[in-house]
Design a protein around this ligand. Structure first.
Ligand code: APR
Length: 246
């Protein structure tokens, strides 16, 4: 295994790139205090796996418990602040907007709160919710926010978090924009993802197949190491400010 090109080399790649795409995962928000998925879940939720909670079937079976989990995560995220990695990405996007495209698997709003423009949110937004079943005429005026989960007082339709659950399709427009970004970029910077969930992880292989240089920022090895041109074994908040400074 050859040693990975170092941060200074990657800085040169980024300087010479016409288009740079960025794909972030839960590791991006770890230093903001937001737990990742496949690290051990802390506290009350350690008895569950996200795959047992983040599905439509789980929600229909136990709506209050799953809703509570999302309320718990919303509280964690609203108490969190963007870290130096989020801020470094937002700064470089603001300096050179047309050159950078940010795609995230994260449902927290930390990239947006750091000032990143045009965030492509592949898995939706934790802070938003929508109707579980198709909205009926009665739902528009029937929302009862006092129940948990909130529901339509007329037909019982439940609200659900506006996130993509396992087994559900990703928002078509977001996926199309992400595919276009990774097919046309010269460098793909991948930060804080284990690369085990598709189709998001497939974007990295698409970039590689289209000849992009793939750079991983992750303190641990991941499924994506096989297509990486550089692995920066550092955390996001420590690596990105140095990697992206002018
Ligand atoms: N900086 C960078 N990377 C980090 C840090 C950090 N401070 N801390 C942890 N990591 C890395 C871990 O080594 C791991 O490879 O971040 C990765 C987090 O992996 P996961 O917990 O699997 O999160 P992610 O890859 O984003 O999961 C993808 O799966 O559960 C679904 O929809 C959910 O979007 C999520 C998707």
């Amino acid at each position: 295994m050859h040693p990975s090109p170092d941060l200074a080399t990657v800085r040169q790649w980024l300087a010479g790139a016409r288009q740079v795409a960025v794909l972030t995962g839960a590791g991006m928000s770890a230093e903001s205090g937001v737990p990742t998925f496949r690290d051990a879940l802390t506290g009350w939720w350690s008895r569950f796996k996200p795959e047992e909670l983040a599905t439509e079937a789980a929600y229909r079976a136990q709506p209050q418990m799953v809703w509570d989990w999302y309320l718990h995560r919303r509280e964690l995220v609203s108490a969190a602040l963007p870290n130096a990695g989020h801020r470094a990405l937002a700064a470089v996007q603001q300096r050179e907007p047309p050159r950078w495209t940010l795609v995230t698997q994260n449902v927290d709003d930390l990239h947006q709160r750091a000032g990143s423009p045009g965030v492509i949110a592949l898995h939706g937004q934790l802070a938003q919710d929508r109707w579980l079943d198709a909205e009926r005429a009665c739902c528009a005026q029937g929302l009862d926010a006092t129940t948990l989960p909130p529901a339509c007082r007329h037909c019982g339709n439940l609200r659900r978090p506006a996130v993509v659950w396992f087994g559900e399709s990703l928002p078509a427009q977001a996926l199309a924009l992400a595919e276009q970004a990774v097919q046309t970029c010269d460098v793909l910077l991948v930060v804080g993802t284990s690369g085990v969930v598709y189709p998001a992880a497939g974007l990295v292989f698409t970039a590689h197949q289209h000849g992009a240089q793939v750079v991983l920022v992750n303190p641990e090895p991941s499924e994506l190491d096989t297509v990486a041109d550089a692995c920066l074994r550092q955390t996001a908040a420590l690596c990105l400010p140095t990697l992206l400074e002018p």
